[in-house]
Write a protein that binds this ligand. Structure first.
Ligand SMILES: [Zn+2]
Length: 67
């Protein structure tokens, strides 16, 4: 992922991490990566798969609650 545009963003600098616009963008990318990773697990009965789904659902809750 290319972080240069965030480093150069004044609003991100002021926010200390990501500004609202860029945070949404970053979270969307992370989510996509997590989903892709989960879908690559072949055995859907495996603990690994269940763990990945659980993590995904939990992160949705966190993302939803973050102001
Ligand atoms: Zn920004």
């Amino acid at each position: 992922m290319n972080y240069t545009k965030y480093l150069n963003c004044i609003e991100c600098q002021e926010a200390g991490l990501y500004c609202v616009k860029h945070r949404i963008e970053v979270e969307r990318n992370l989510r996509k990566r997590e989903i892709r990773k989960t879908l690559q697990i072949k055995d859907q009965q495996s603990d690994q798969y269940k763990h990945a789904i659980k993590g995904l659902l939990e992160s949705y809750d966190i993302w939803k609650c973050t102001p």
